[in-house]
Design a protein around this ligand. Structure first.
Ligand code: DGT
Ligand code: CA
Ligand code: CA
Length: 362
């Protein structure tokens, strides 16, 4: 592609992700301060805050602070333990939607992804409309808000998704990059950590604009060749890294809410057959095989549980999905005396046509 045709990259980051997942599962929490805690296992309140919703942030409760301190800041906040299964399930729902819109896709963490939408839209104005549509689809289908950034590369897309939060959308066109970056703090530059930030501050550099004016030689002297050059380029918004699927992260799944809460095996099997067909169609379209099959169950008490089976060899037929997920669902119901609200089917450990990993490594 000629250089005068800019890439168009979308970055999506879910708002106060773990806490927002809990709000979705427990609507009565909405409007109250919610704090998600990683308990250290040493008893009592020992441990740290993983994240908090915006109501809790008003009290100064944020990721990384000790739980005991959070409790002092607001003893009436709702404190919940991390429920990673729930967040992964919801993350899969979001990623599945995003994947549908992009030429290439890269999940960056449980709540973040890059989509290369070059060619899917003809310019940045169309890209903005697409980003709005994707945000709306996530809101309707998943029930969560997110913040998005659209820019000519991953670096600027990520910074712009963080620019207005929550529920934000920031578009930075190629000729707006320098003016967008100039006033931002150097630590807003993804990849510039606390230590580098402090060193740059000592050199009298506070903003990205100021950083971009330092001679490359000075940065190289200070930080070494690779990092010096990177800092010089990043401060000018230059980033050529491609959007590529990360190995092992890819899963294909479908979830649905049951018409009525039930633990009737036949009803559940009918629903998971339909979900399995959907999953199979997606695999078939991309000629992918899978090695693991997962049954996802969300019970009426809002707990998400999964059961996974690893196949001995990769499979690519719908029967292998259905048979395994049937067995897992039966097993699940015998093991758990619960009534189900939502169910899902998911396959993972995906491989390409010839059996190699979907990415790189042979
Ligand atoms: P945001 O994006 O500012 O609206 O808020 P979050 O909570 O989505 O923050 P983000 O995107 O940095 O992190 C996504 C999730 O990852 C977050 O909901 C909880 C988890 N997480 C973030 N920071 C920490 C941390 O320091 N420790 C642990 N255990 N989990 C974290
Ligand atoms: Ca987030
Ligand atoms: Ca994030």
């Amino acid at each position: 592609m000629p250089n005068n045709n800019p890439r168009i990259i979308l970055h999506v980051d879910m708002d106060y992700f773990f806490a927002q997942c809990e709000e979705r599962e427990h609507p009565e929490l909405k409007g109250k301060p919610v704090v998600i805690c990683v308990y250290s296992g040493r008893g009592g309140d020992s441990g740290a805050v993983s994240t908090s919703n915006y109501e809790a942030r008003k009290f100064g409760i944020k990721a990384g602070i000790p739980i005991s301190r959070a409790k002092k800041l607001n003893p009436d906040a709702i404190f919940l333990p991390v429920n990673m299964e729930l967040y992964r399930g919801i993350s899969d729902e979001v990623m599945e939607i995003l994947r549908g819109y992009c030429v290439s896709f890269e999940q960056e963490s449980v709540d973040e992804a890059f989509c290369d939408i070059t060619g899917r839209v003809s310019d940045f104005d169309e890209a903005k409309l697409l980003a709005m549509r994707i945000k709306e689809e996530i809101r309707q289908k998943v029930g969560l808000t997110c913040s998005a950034g659209v820019a000519p590369n991953k670096l600027i897309a990520k910074i712009s998704s963080d620019f207005r939060k929550p529920d934000g959308l920031t578009v930075v066109k190629p000729d707006e990059i320098l003016q967008f970056l100039a006033p931002l703090k150097i630590t807003d530059l993804t990849g510039v950590g606390k230590k580098t930030g402090e060193r740059l501050n000592e050199l009298g550099v506070k903003t990205i604009g100021e950083l971009s004016k330092l001679p490359a030689e000075e940065l190289i002297r200070e930080f070494g060749q690779a990092k010096g050059i990177w800092l010089k380029q990043a401060s000018q918004g230059i980033d050529d890294s491609p959007v590529v699927e990360r190995e092992g992260t890819e899963q294909i799944g479908r979830m649905t809410t049951l018409k009525e809460d039930t633990r009737d095996l036949n009803v559940i099997l009918d629903v998971i057959d339909e979900l399995s067909e959907d999953v199979f169609r997606k695999l078939e379209a991309r000629k992918l095989a899978f090695r693991s099959v997962t049954f996802v169950a969300i019970s009426t008490d809002f707990k998400t549980r999964t059961k996974t089976h690893m196949l001995e060899a990769p499979a690519k037929d719908s029967a292998a999905i259905k048979e395994n997920v049937h067995r897992l669902a039966k097993l699940f119901l015998t093991e758990h005396p619960v009534t189900l609200r939502r169910v899902g089917v998911r396959v993972a450990n995906l491989t390409g046509e010839k059996g190699q990993k979907t990415l790189g490594e042979f």
